[in-house]
Design a protein around this ligand. Structure first.
Ligand code: LLP
Length: 425
């Protein structure tokens, strides 16, 4: 369910016409719907039993401060993977007591920063990270709460590049190592080892792999408890997927969320631990669109290339994961109007700069606006300035109001990122 709908044949984000935002802010532009984010968070949080359990929004999906502020005000915590993310979460008012710190390669200074701000939990991924954390925390006279990320050797997800739970992936430690690390951590002065974490992949729309991974987590919990260890927290990661191929009138209900929550409570029945969840895409994915303007047509015998002003640097998912995104016109044509075949491409000098191939759209001409749908997750956060293009501005809509929540930088901003050394000046 999202709040991008046609009114009088013009696409609206909640109560605001996309046309109007594009005219005032320019294109390309990301537009987010606050009501959609709020609804997804609330449905998920209720399903998984907040406040007994905890939701840490995986902010790598969309880390705009306004989005964080909105989610924080609803009670969400944050799953972070860098000092930058921790700082952004704190800047948006999410307290350290609701922030967890994950990631395979935390540096000493990042760990020190996390300990200093009093972060709720550090998800340890390697034995050497455990040693480093204990050293850093001990030096500060603290015992940092931590869990160990285990790799259940069950990979899942929409693409090989976003699968994380297989033993072939770099994430987490094996179950055997986890048992050994627990025993070791019991004698460490800087760490309170409180439980386990896992995350097996992203864009998972089928629950069997998650079910298998969680069943293994339960077994490990029971065997660690039998060895006398305390397991009071289980962080189950994120990964639930969303439909990308949604027709304009599709209303996907919260069924997958409810099935997932029921599976979790069945799998961990009687375990008595605080459960943590790290959804990213599910919360923001279809709460965002990327609006772009058609620049040129390049007709070929098999298709027509529709060159638009957004590019792979603005939304890399199609180029990087062969990801499918719906493309909707901002102004809807008559139902009887013919559909033409387009390859929708950006201006970057790479053939991979393609958003969609063989897409049927009503006739689209230079100057027309289109929306690349379901771009709220891993869109702006993965963008770059490749080809010296400016980062795309972001707009948050709430009801009939909207605000630019990240302005488009100026060309001076772009040029001033670099420095010319004195010997070249
Ligand atoms: N927790 C951990 C430890 C993660 O690594 C991730 C995502 C999440 C939570 C959130 O996963 P989600 O609920 O969003 O599936 N850039 C890719 C997705 C990469 C996901 C990386 N890890 C894409 O655009 O599809």
């Amino acid at each position: 369910m999202h709040h991008f709908t046609y009114k009088n044949r013009t696409l609206h984000a909640e109560g605001v016409s996309v046309d109007k935002i594009a005219a005032e802010v320019g294109t390309p532009v990301y537009i987010y719907s606050a009501a959609t984010i709020e609804r997804h968070y609330k449905v998920f949080a209720a399903a998984v039993g907040v406040p007994k359990n905890r939701v840490y929004y995986a902010m790598k999906a969309n880390s705009n401060l306004a989005v964080l502020k909105l989610l924080g005000s609803l009670g969400a915590g944050a799953d972070t993977v860098s000092e930058g993310e921790i700082r952004k979460a704190l800047a948006a008012g999410i307290p350290a007591s609701r922030i967890v710190f994950s990631g395979v390669g935390k540096t000493e200074s990042e760990l020190a920063f996390a300990v200093d701000v009093g972060i709720y939990q550090i998800n340890i991924e390697t034995e050497s990270e455990l040693d480093l954390l204990s050293k850093v925390a001990t030096a500060r006279g603290k015992r940092q709460a931590a869990v160990i990320r285990v790799n259940p050797d069950v990979g899942a997800g929409g693409h090989a590049k976003i699968t994380t739970g297989s033993s072939e992936n770099k994430f987490g430690v094996s179950f055997d190592t986890a048992s050994r690390i627990f025993a070791k951590a019991a004698n460490m002065s800087g760490v309170r080892m409180l439980g386990l974490a896992t995350h097996i992949g992203s864009q998972i729309r089928e629950l069997s792999d998650l079910t298998a991974a969680f069943a293994r987590m339960r077994q490990l919990t029971e065997s660690l408890r039998a060895d006398g260890h305390t397991i009071e927290r289980l962080d189950l990661g994120g990964g639930l997927g969303i439909p990308y191929d949604i027709p304009e009138d599709f209303d996907h209900g919260p069924d997958l969320i409810h099935d997932y929550a029921a599976m979790v409570s069945k799998t961990f029945a009687g375990i008595d631990a605080e459960l943590g969840f790290e959804p990213g895409r599910l919360i923001v994915g279809n709460a965002g669109i990327l609006v772009t303007r058609a620049l040129h047509l390049n007709p070929r015998p098999h298709t027509t290339f529709l060159v638009v002003d957004a590019a792979m640097n603005d939304l890399v998912r199609p180029a990087m994961y062969e990801a499918y995104h719906e493309v909707w016109p901002i102004t809807q044509a008559d139902k009887s109007a013919p559909r033409l075949n387009y390859d929708i491409v950006g201006p970057i000098c790479e053939s991979g700069d393609t958003f969609a191939k063989n897409r049927k759209l009503s006739e689209t001409k230079p100057g027309d606006l289109i929306a690349i749908m379901t771009a709220g997750a891993y869109g702006a956060t993965m963008s770059s300035t490749y080809n010296s293009r400016l980062l795309v501005p972001e707009v948050l809509v709430s009801g009939n109001q909207y605000a630019v929540v990240r302005p488009r930088p100026s060309y001076d901003d772009l040029i001033n990122l670099d420095r010319i050394p004195s010997w070249l000046a």
